[in-house]
Design a protein around this ligand. Structure first.
Ligand code: FES
Length: 572
């Protein structure tokens, strides 16, 4: 069977005889004329649209604008769905399925006649899952994010997801009425789009822009702003040229691009979830990146964006102030400005004309909002492979601290005891939550910023040191050590902490230490037994058996790396 050379899609659509007939004839039931199959770049629009992912519910409409751009540039767009992960509804946690969704994306791209891909994503996990999957295929790839919601308005106040944590504590302690809580619920999510703060979804949108994977401006245009549609249209134009230029993902996702993303994340006060997602993407690209790189490259970067939860403003304000290009331009002395981006220009070229329109929202390197930003990696016997903390969201006086551990063996144990007035806890205690890591929960849920005991909230305590092997919502804040590795379920020292043990926190010296002698720990280790999670079949069993620890990105071990876009067998 003769195959036309050149475009990958022509291995399907360019064939003669029975095979070509089959490949084209069924597509024609959608009303597609023959000329579309004659050597036009076929652009897959990989859509994470779902009505069960409210943050992405507008992505079918946005896909239409990508299609317009593809048609206009002489390509042939084909939209296809992949597993969509909605943060608010999926149980037990969307993170359990990030790797599954990435497999769906990878196999859907490789198995089909596409030459280039536009990834449409928004809610937290939909960005890393699709980028991870696309990275393992390595075709020309461009990301269009869905954009953030408009700022919520409640009783004259700007509100967004980060307020939820305060509302919930105020409601628990009786400071907020049920009526006010219901009213706030109706005021917060007033347009399409994802969370309006610099939570994980916005962090991921900034990540793709700083990696060079999207057109400039992608990170901050609100979902409801017509300029988001223009960006989608232009992205449709551009992906067709990327195919013609053979600008594959691996030409953009270099080690330099990853360093840029880490520095940019520090400057915007991005979510701690950034760490596991960026590590997983680097793993797929076979780029050597370690958890220590996050501390190393964050270290010299101050906070330049005043955005919730580290600061005051919302994503809408960020866009009106100039958005991520302003931050990237300000960071130019630190960044790898020659890193190539999807529009064929370098990161430096893309940002050189950016201007801040509001210095309250985006500032300059010489007048930062905070000197400490980014991610700090601590180590000690509790976390031999590391744990992370986001200083910009923490209480400075707790950065060096010693306290007695109040230990919760599981999230159920925490839920059962935290409201108990008899709980032995004071403001100097350290709350420890075990078995919420990748294997232990399983799926590493966002429970690390566990709420404080009501008896302390009522005394006016607003923050305490908390340590867990889980994650924290990107919209949350507090002096919270996360991603302890090895996790409790993997039998690390973290599993051996007992009620009343003294823990020493020393963030300036990157230390998190359990002050219990080695002999006693050896005794506890001999008595330790892993939890029986009762998961004997299906995806969850495969996940538990194969998920890597968080300091490696919590990918499945057999998914690390890439297989390229070749299909090894061809039975037609
Ligand atoms: Fe989807 Fe926050 S719930 S981004």
């Amino acid at each position: 069977m003769e195959k036309k050379k050149g475009l990958r899609s022509q291995q399907w659509f360019g064939r003669d005889g029975k095979d070509g007939f089959i490949y084209r004839a069924w597509m024609k039931n959608q009303g597609i004329p023959s000329k579309e199959f004659e050597g036009k770049p076929v652009i897959g629009i990989c859509n994470t649209w779902s009505e069960l992912t409210p943050c992405n519910a507008h992505l079918r409409e946005l896909a239409d604008y990508v299609k317009r751009g593809v048609w206009e540039a002489g390509g042939f767009p084909v939209e296809f769905p992949v597993m969509s992960l909605g943060e608010t509804l999926i149980k037990p946690t969307a993170m359990l399925y990030r790797n599954l969704a990435s497999m769906d994306t990878e196999e859907s791209i490789r198995a089909n006649p596409v030459d280039g891909v536009v990834l449409l994503c928004g809610c937290d996990k939909t960005t890393p899952s699709t980028v991870m999957g696309a990275a393992s295929v390595d075709l020309p790839t461009l990301v269009v994010s869905g954009g953030a919601m408009l700022t919520g308005k409640w009783k004259g106040e700007d509100i967004a997801t980060s307020h939820l944590w305060q509302f919930s504590e105020d409601y628990r302690t009786g400071k907020m009425s049920k009526q006010d809580l219901n009213f706030a619920e109706a005021c917060m999510c007033r347009s399409s789009g994802h969370c309006a703060v610099m939570g994980t979804a916005s962090t991921m949108a900034c990540m793709v822009e700083s990696l060079g994977l999207s057109l400039p401006g992608n990170a901050a245009i609100p979902a409801a702003d017509s300029r988001r549609k223009v960006l989608a249209h232009l992205s449709g134009n551009r992906i067709v040229d990327m195919v013609r230029e053979d600008l594959v993902l691996s030409k953009v996702l270099t080690r330099e691009a990853f360093e840029n993303a880490i520095m940019s994340n520090a400057a915007i006060g991005g979510s701690t979830n950034f760490v596991v997602h960026l590590l997983a993407i680097a793993g797929r690209m076979e780029i050597e990146l370690t958890i220590d790189d996050f501390d190393k490259f964050s270290n010299k970067i101050p906070l330049l964006a005043n955005l919730m939860p580290s600061g005051k403003y919302m994503m809408e304000d960020f866009y009106y102030a100039g958005g991520l290009p302003v931050v990237l331009k300000e960071l130019a002395p630190h960044l790898n400005n020659n890193a190539l981006t999807v529009n064929g220009q370098t990161l430096g070229e893309n940002c050189k004309n950016a201007e801040s329109y509001n210095s309250e929202v985006i500032t300059t390197l010489d007048k930062p909002f905070k000197d400490d930003s980014g991610i700090v990696v601590v180590r000690g016997n509790i976390c031999e492979n590391g744990a992370i903390i986001k200083p910009s969201a923490s209480t400075p006086s707790l950065m060096v601290h010693k306290g007695k551990a109040v230990v919760f063996e599981t999230i159920e144990d925490y839920n059962a005891r935290i409201d108990d007035p008899e709980l032995e806890v004071d403001e100097n205690s350290i709350l420890v939550l075990k078995n919420v890591g990748p294997k232990g929960y399983p799926g590493m849920p966002e429970v690390g910023n566990m709420g404080l005991p009501p008896k302390l909230l009522n005394k006016g305590v607003t923050d305490m040191v908390r340590i867990s092997d889980g994650r924290m919502s990107g919209t949350a804040y507090g002096t919270v050590f996360l991603h302890v590795s090895p996790e409790a379920a993997a039998g690390g020292t973290f599993a051996l902490i007992k009620e009343g043990d003294i823990i020493e926190v020393d963030v300036p010296n990157r230390k998190l230490e359990l002050l219990v002698d080695a002999e006693e720990l050896a005794k506890r280790k001999a008595d330790w037994k892993p939890l029986d999670l009762g998961q004997n079949r299906g995806y969850v069993k495969m996940y538990i058996d194969h998920v890597e620890q968080s300091h490696l990105g919590a990918d499945l071990d057999f998914l690390v790396g890439k297989s390229g876009s070749e299909v090894s067998r061809d039975s037609h």
